[in-house]
Design a protein around this ligand. Sequence first.
Ligand code: SF4
Ligand code: SF4
Length: 737
Amino acid sequence: MLKVHSRCDLACDHCYVYEHADQSWRGQPMIMASSTVVAAAQRIAEHAVAHGLHAVHVVLHGGEPLLLGFDGLDQVIRRLRSIVDPVVPLRLSLQTNGIGLTPAICDLFVRERVGVGVSLDGDRAANDRHRRFRNGGSSYDRVRAALRLLRRPEFRAAYAGILCTIDVRNDPIDVYEAVRAEEPPRIEFLLPHATWDNPPPRPDGSATPYADWLLRIHRRWTDDGRPVPIRILDSLESTARGGPSHTEALGLDPVDVLVVESDGAWEQADSLKIAYHGAAATARTVFTHSVDETLGHPGLAARLTGLDALCAQCRSCPVVARCGGGLFAHRYRTGTGFANPSVFCADLKELMESTSMPPSPGEPPTAAIPADVIEEIATGHVSVATVDLLDQLQAELVEALLEELADTFAPVGDEHPWAALVRMSGDDPRTVREILGHPYVRVWADRCLRRQADPRLLGNLAAAAAIRTGRPATVQVVSAGGYVRLPAVAAVAVPGPAGLLPLTVGEAGTVSIAGRPLEPAAWSPVRHADTGAWSPALDDVDAHRDCFEWPVLPRLDEAAHRRWTSTLTAAYRIVADEAAGHLPGLTAGLRVITPLQPGADGSPRAATAREAYPAIGLAYAGPAEMAVLMVHEFQHVKLGALADHVDLYDPGFQARFRVGWRPDPRPVEGVLHGAYAHLAVAELWRSRPGEPAREKYLHYRDWTAEAAETLLASGALTGSGERFVRRLAQTLNSPAP
Ligand code: SF4
Ligand code: SF4
């Protein structure tokens, strides 16, 4: 988080920068100097290289970053991009009060792929409680004007969401409706900042007003069909299923945010400013200390240790895995420091208990995917929490396969790659799980078990994990065809015959193969198509990406990679406009795209492979076509993942059925997959104007409806399958959003 401008044009009375214990802003330069921006960017790039990061997220923050004006913002963005982008994809966003937003700045943000989050506390009355100008005037109309700008089709790609601070005196449903009316792609509700020294207001004397307030929104949001991602609610649902929290306000995930103040000082999370003067300070700067050196600061180091960093009461709490003691700053009390439960403890406990997941009626309690989630998947509109659940179940499946595979060969060298993976997973489970969850890992593992691939590639997987986690390791990796391929990370050119070579990741994150340090020119990283809100890997280097029914393309050159990125950006915007309900699931779930060779006649090509969750293969096409293909194929991905864990039909059922979209009769699986994919395609065509689009919509709608009827009459469906298809048909017939 870069504090590029340390003053603000508003004077909100709940602001943690100016209105709480820490007053260090008074000594900060107003504007971050260009030399500080450059030094911060160099530290970020250095850290990304050392740890083999696949993306870095920088938030331009303040005070109020828009006070930099167009030229100032343009310069900061260019400096950051010129230093960080060549090394690692840079995701840029900006958090603002919106007052200074102009069409020219929006244009800059769209061009430079900067996602904009705007603060708005609800309707006029709610917003006016706190968010005022220094003279007491309301900021409401100016903020809404900014949101109108961001909703304009040409600027919509820059609209990242709304951040809303809770005041329990405001009616939660009025706030929810007011914020939703601004059509944000994401909403974040924040608890007001408070500590045990300055507890949060509890105006009606209730012990849990903040939980009650959020739970009313949760009920309404669920009844509305979860029309927009709401971070804290998605997080509650994800943690209820054992998934990650995606927010530092909940859960035990290590904190991964550092702040650079406008004078170049490294600081801990901003929210600590509410505790005491200097609470966020680290006495380190971007000029003197690297990120790793800064992480050695005791306050930061403690926050990377999860459960161990909590007080005894939290450690023994039954919901600690989900709550994690709440936001670090909210635990502060003079005398005991941060060794306390959250000042919102009662609210957090109530939130956890009220959103725990009892088994649905009729479903065995051990079902991997509850009945209500099966129905949610049937609509095609899946939440981030559901993607998290599918990810987790896939990860368990892949880990079981790998464990089986590890027994099939004896290691060369000191440490078996499986043992290395288990060791690294103990230190950094999330990163190792990300590597193991790369789609082509399961493809390779499946091939190994059929004796069609080399199981010693487990060493390459351990090497990829060591590079990403920065944990020292030496493993034997397979070199073949002139490359050492490291799943999810890179292909490294290594001339010479095929065979095993030792790859070493050193203490400082240095990488060498067969004793020789890695040459940058030999390194072809897995690149991401950074579209702003969504950043899928464009994997054109994995050895096992050839699992689709069409041939894959070789490595894209830089120009082709840029062309893909800009077309995917446009396609993503089309999905946002035409099938917004698919966006949360697609953004969270569609993480890997492999470029396919186009058909000889230029006909569209896209494909999925059941084992390659959650990847799709895609041939280059225009944005409108790509939007349809992405949504279509991602339906297959979700259904495949569901079918890995839930029997939807009797696999022994032999009959085949006529469908509208193919001349040949199809098995039950084909009818089900086709109906589900065409449900989403129909939704896209329904949104497009003009008679040709309407005709297309009617085709897809009728095919889907007929296929659903066929399935329901087939006698092949299980109880879960029938529930799925009934919900699918219901979705098809629901009115246009
Ligand atoms: S807009 Fe943000 S930085 Fe400015 S006073 Fe309000 S809360 Fe503080
Ligand atoms: S609910 Fe309270 S005691 Fe339990 S982990 Fe959260 S803050 Fe700690």
